[in-house]
Design a protein around this ligand. Structure first.
Ligand SMILES: Cc1cc2nc3c(=O)[nH]c(=O)nc-3n(C[C@H](O)[C@H](O)[C@H](O)COP(=O)(O)OP(=O)(O)OC[C@H]3O[C@@H](n4cnc5c(N)ncnc54)[C@H](O)[C@@H]3O)c2cc1C
Length: 417
């Protein structure tokens, strides 16, 4: 089933009776060549690229809930390639290029909107840091434009420039950054994988990983045992729990990140804007809601909901930056479980168990990574060697300290995120 203008017209005129489900609902087979645990963005894109790039089609994605119910459907949809450190830079640059062709690739409307991401700076020191970041982005082949206060006033007239505790000096604009419809990305990858023969099995929780003599043999699930030659763990906030089934203790803490959306308003915010002196970033959805978020709730948890102190903190930061939003009514808030690594960079690696692979540690920035993570993880699973864009994402950097990619500048200590 392909989407086209003609098809939509035809279906519209004939009662929309011709649409089929976007993916099948198969029973699990007794054995697969590979099993992907976790039907989030990263798991589904891994399955898609395993089938498409490596011809592995006898595979299953096992999802304990429903597709899109995890972080892939809970994030604030920001997509960008403005990382600073080697290792991350080339990876996120690759990801943005994949995003730019994704809708054509999947024949699915992911509502990719390259509206520009603007990081504000509020001091000379912060300006210097963003100049360096912008230069690094240019060197990588991505785009960045330094805006002074006058240029910013033209672009974002509604910010509070004059009467605020943290005066705005300017911003770094990343024009190719923007937003994409998060759950459509999951559905698009799910459909593309299914069309290539991948079994997407929802309501199937993995409860154990079978290992014999250091070699993975399959998994135990709520729908029975399933054998597999290769198993990939892609369970984001639940990575620590699932890896423990294979006897692993990961350098990951799971924390809650909240997001908020207001009632629909007329278009007023054209970009993604990020405050530089507090935790607040904002964009406007196609339905008109202001979508915004801030920092982690500061305690480890597996609950998919946050608490009031962080909500207050985010609202305060928003009001400092653009007092006008105080008039908007918040409609919803929600939380997701973030898989935080000590250095703020991810892990895509083999494990000490032969045939068992892991992709995790996406912290609060894994949505933008969905295409490149699936691409690189599929490469690792199929070829058993890292993809060139993900060589730095090694698990052992947390054991020996070599190769840490401290993008956050917080050192290798969890509680400083
Ligand atoms: C509020 C919020 C805002 C965010 N904003 C952004 C943003 O603007 N930009 C950005 O780049 N990133 C953002 N992120 C981060 C991003 O959403 C995550 O890093 C990314 O989605 C994680 O990967 P995933 O999609 O595979 O995770 P998930 O969708 O969580 O997928 C993991 C899946 O594994 C399943 N699972 C877990 N355990 C098992 C088991 N035992 N058996 C079977 N299945 C299992 C889960 O049910 C889940 O569906 C945000 C996150 C949140 C919560």
């Amino acid at each position: 089933m392909r989407f086209s203008g003609l098809r939509i017209l035809k279906e519209g005129l004939t009662g929309n009776k011709g649409w089929a489900p976007h993916w099948r609902d198969p029973e699990p087979k007794a054995e697969y060549d590979a099993i992907i645990i976790g039907g989030g963005g990263h798991g589904l894109s891994t399955a898609y690229y395993l089938a498409k790039n490596h011809g592995m089609t006898n595979i299953a994605v096992l999802e304990k809930g429903y597709i899109g119910g995890g972080n892939v459907g809970r994030n604030t949809t920001v997509v960008r390639a403005n990382y600073y450190l080697p290792g991350n830079q080339e990876f996120y640059s690759h990801s943005l290029k994949l995003w730019e062709g994704l809708e054509q690739e999947l024949n699915y409307n992911a509502m990719m909107s390259q509206r520009g991401v603007i990081n504000l700076f509020h001091s000379d020191g912060q300006r210097n840091a963003f100049v360096r970041r912008g230069n690094a982005m240019h060197a990588q082949g991505d785009d960045a434009i330094l805006l002074d206060q006058d240029a910013l006033r033209d672009l974002l007239p509604y910010l509070d420039y004059d009467n605020t505790r943290f005066p705005i000096y300017g911003g770094l604009l990343h024009p190719r950054g923007g937003t994409a419809r998060h759950d459509a990305v999951a559905w698009g990858y799910a459909r593309g994988a299914d069309q290539r023969g991948v079994d997407i099995i929802q309501n199937c929780e993995v409860t154990g990983i079978d290992i014999e003599g250091g070699i993975v043999k399959g998994v135990q699930t709520t729908r029975g045992a399933i054998k597999a030659k290769k198993v990939g763990i892609v369970t984001a906030g639940r990575s620590g729990q699932v890896a423990a089934m294979a006897g692993m203790r990961l350098p990951i803490e799971s924390h809650i990140l909240q997001a908020f959306v207001t009632e629909g308003l007329k278009p007023c915010i054209d970009h993604v804007i990020s405050f530089g002196m507090g935790h607040f970033y904002i964009s406007q959805s196609d339905k008109g809601g202001l979508v915004f978020g801030g920092d982690l709730d500061f305690y480890a948890s597996y609950a998919q909901r946050g608490n009031l102190p962080m909500m207050e903190h985010v609202m305060e930061a928003g009001m400092t930056l653009m007092p006008m939003i105080g008039k908007a009514r918040v409609l919803r808030s929600w939380g997701g479980i973030m898989d935080m690594t000590p250095d703020g960079s991810p892990i895509i690696d083999k494990t000490e168990t032969t045939g068992l692979f892991i992709d995790c540690g996406w912290c609060y920035g894994g949505f933008k990574a969905v295409p490149a993570s699936g691409y690189a993880f599929a490469h690792l699973i199929a070829k058993e060697e890292p993809h060139e864009t993900a060589r730095g994402f090694r698990l052992d950097r947390f054991r020996d300290g070599y190769g840490l990619m401290d993008e956050e500048g917080t050192g290798s200590q969890h509680n400083l995120h």
